[in-house]
Design a protein. Structure first.
Length: 191
């Protein structure tokens, strides 16, 4: 998926908020060109499951963890983690420039230690967000506007979602463990 396609698919109504990253700062980064193109076009400001993208919390500066926080005791690896967004607990979503721009989630309470992989690249993250949003829309269409939040989905629905992720990446449960964890969290909500 390319960034223009992603934006077109995401921006289905006027209530969607889109955020672009500062082009001059993105150009200076050591990220690959595909990642830079996505950042120049932008990303949704908010996406399920409770993710936020952009630099509002980081003074609108596109930086690595190490450059933004400037703590003396940060792991050397944090120089490779470009801040991209955060989860609902305030843990930063970062792009790991030392690992082919893999998307990772770091623990902000544990010195920005690695928590889990989100996606192997930014294009796969874009596709994953669309898959998850599509899942929520299907559940709400089937069970009403609060169907998803009332956990009205079934094991069959979750199996279909898993199959969509497997089609996107057959090894998603290893390479994109964040999404596997999200599906297991949903599974635990089934009565």
């Amino acid at each position: 998926m390319n960034p223009t396609e992603f934006k077109k698919l995401w921006m289905t109504n006027d209530s969607e908020r889109w955020v672009e990253f500062p082009i001059d700062q993105v150009k200076k980064s050591n990220l690959n060109e595909k990642t830079k193109e996505f950042l120049k076009i932008g990303f949704p400001e908010d996406a399920a499951p409770f993710l936020g993208f952009g630099l509002r919390s980081y003074n609108w500066e596109f930086n690595t963890i190490q450059r933004y926080y400037e703590y003396d005791d940060l792991d050397e690896k944090t120089k490779d983690y470009w801040i991209f967004g955060s989860d609902n607990n305030g843990n930063p979503i970062c792009i790991d420039s030392s690992n082919n721009d893999k998307l990772v989630l770091l623990d902000h309470e544990q010195g920005f230690e690695f928590m889990e992989n989100m996606n192997k690249n930014i294009s796969e993250l874009a596709s994953s967000l669309l898959l998850f949003r599509g899942f929520i829309e299907r559940i709400n269409n089937e069970f009403g506007e609060d169907g998803f939040f009332e956990s009205m989905f079934t094991e069959k629905h979750l199996m279909e979602l898993e199959n969509e992720f497997k089609t996107l990446n057959p090894n998603y449960y290893l390479e994109s463990s964040f999404w596997d964890t999200e599906i297991e969290n949903l599974r635990a909500e089934i009565e």
